[in-house]
Ligand binder design. Structure first.
Ligand code: FES
Ligand code: FES
Length: 135
């Protein structure tokens, strides 16, 4: 699947007016939360997904305490993953996000946060499903 197409019209928007800032109820069994930090700079990103019964991501929100590139990367990431399955979004690579935002090499780790946060959120959600299945 291609993650490089989008309904968004402007990359600038991800910097000036990031999409999907906020929080979902992390106690809900439908919600997965990923919290990751960048060792290089200490910035932190929280990305959450709400998953439907069909395994498709219905909603996603983020809170990023970090640089502008990390915030823009979160905005792109949350925009891309809504409407896709939890397995499909695991194939999103930080270089796809970096390319999309035209990040310079020194800012690559900022997009890495977004990739890691997606994976962490999916892992958290999957863990909850296994717990429910065995309960
Ligand atoms: Fe928004 Fe591409 S400009 S995801
Ligand atoms: Fe560290 Fe951007 S400078 S996340």
């Amino acid at each position: 699947p291609s993650f490089t197409s989008s309904y968004h019209t402007s990359i600038v928007e991800h910097y000036e007016n990031p999409r999907n800032v906020g929080s979902l109820d992390k106690t809900s069994s439908d919600v997965g939360t990923g919290l990751v930090g960048a060792p290089a700079c200490g910035d932190v990103m929280k990305l959450q997904i709400e998953v439907g019964e069909d395994g498709v991501i219905k909603d996603s929100k983020f809170k990023t305490f970090g640089c502008g590139s990390a915030i823009a990367s979160s905005s792109v990431a949350t925009s891309w993953i809504v409407g896709k399955s939890v397995d499909e979004v695991l194939t999103i690579k930080n270089v796809d996000i970096a390319k999309h935002l035209k990040l310079p090499p020194v800012k690559l780790h900022c997009s890495m946060l977004a990739e890691d946060a997606i994976k962490a959120a999916v892992r958290d959600w999957k863990g909850k499903q296994e717990q429910n299945a065995s309960a």
